[in-house]
Design a protein around this ligand. Structure first.
Ligand SMILES: N[C@@H](CCC(=O)N[C@@H](CS)C(=O)NCC(=O)O)C(=O)O
Length: 260
């Protein structure tokens, strides 16, 4: 059993069963993955990229999605949140705010999942899916707009709904229907804007899948398992977009990690 603490709230243990592979280079057990199509179980490699986090965490999932889209090998180092490992050394040397995920790439250490996914997309621009359209400044500017929209308009509402509808239940807490109603009232206004945008382009920034779409995946993934799904499905363009982004093979690998 492992546990998770969401946005400063200590929550009871989470029933995640991680399939652990002993690592010769570390005193604790880590998970090593290769993003290239290979038969499971995951291949043991000397990955220089290390992700500290857990696969149930939305912020960790965002980073994992970027790594898989870029077909990069990485090592996932589970953080024992039940034991408060994220609030102690050595983890707080990676993220002084004591939140997962943190990323190590050689001698570079990063935290904040959106900054990490942007770093991966930029640093490994030649690999895998082009998530930032580096050649086109105007598209790049639009990607930045929609990255901000996700972080500033969508996530503050949608992740609270996910907390009410998904995580509270997971941790034996009770959903507050009044809070859900109020939040959904706000989310529909945001989704109406998404619907209008997606009438003009196939994805949020342009006609290709970009980091702006990717950053939405973790919270959308959880909401699709709740009654809030109807808010997405009742908007034809939003519904089509959700189907396309959640069907990506890289995303399927992130979801698979939760089952291990
Ligand atoms: N803005 C941060 C949020 C990270 C975050 O809230 N992580 C959660 C798990 S999804 C966590 O570590 N919570 C523990 C805490 O806040 O103490 C990011 O995107 O990386």
């Amino acid at each position: 059993m492992s546990s998770i603490i969401l946005r400063g709230r200590l929550l009871p243990p989470l029933p995640i069963k991680l399939h652990l592979h002993p690592s010769p280079s570390h005193s604790h057990s880590n998970l090593k993955f290769t993003s290239k199509s290979s038969p499971s179980p995951p291949t043991i490699t000397m990955a220089s990229i290390k992700v500290h986090g857990v696969p149930m965490s939305t912020a960790t999932m965002r980073v994992l999605a970027a790594l898989y889209e870029k077909e990069l090998d990485f090592e996932l180092i589970p953080v024992d949140m039940r034991a408060g490992a994220h609030k102690q050394e050595p983890f707080v040397s990676l993220n002084p705010f004591g939140q997962i995920p943190a990323l190590e790439d050689g001698d570079l250490t990063l935290f904040e999942s959106r900054a990490i996914s942007e770093y991966i997309a930029d640093e490994y621009s030649e690999k895998g899916e082009k998530l930032l359209c580096p050649g086109c400044k105007k598209v790049k500017a639009l990607i930045k707009v929609w990255l901000q929209v996700e972080g500033q308009q969508f996530d503050p509402i949608a992740s609270k709904i996910a907390f009410e509808r998904v995580f509270k239940g997971m941790f034996g807490m009770t959903t507050d229907p009044a809070a859900v109603q109020e939040l959904e009232g706000k989310l529909v206004k945001v989704l109406d804007i998404y619907e209008a945008r997606l009438e003009k382009s196939e994805f949020l920034a342009c006609d290709c899948f970009t980091l702006a779409d990717l950053n939405h995946l973790p919270v959308i993934h959880y909401l699709m398992g709740t009654d809030s799904k109807a808010l997405f499905e009742s908007r034809p363009k939003v519904s089509e977009w959700v189907k396309k982004i959640t069907a990506r093979p890289a995303w399927a690998k992130v979801v698979d990690l939760q089952k291990q």
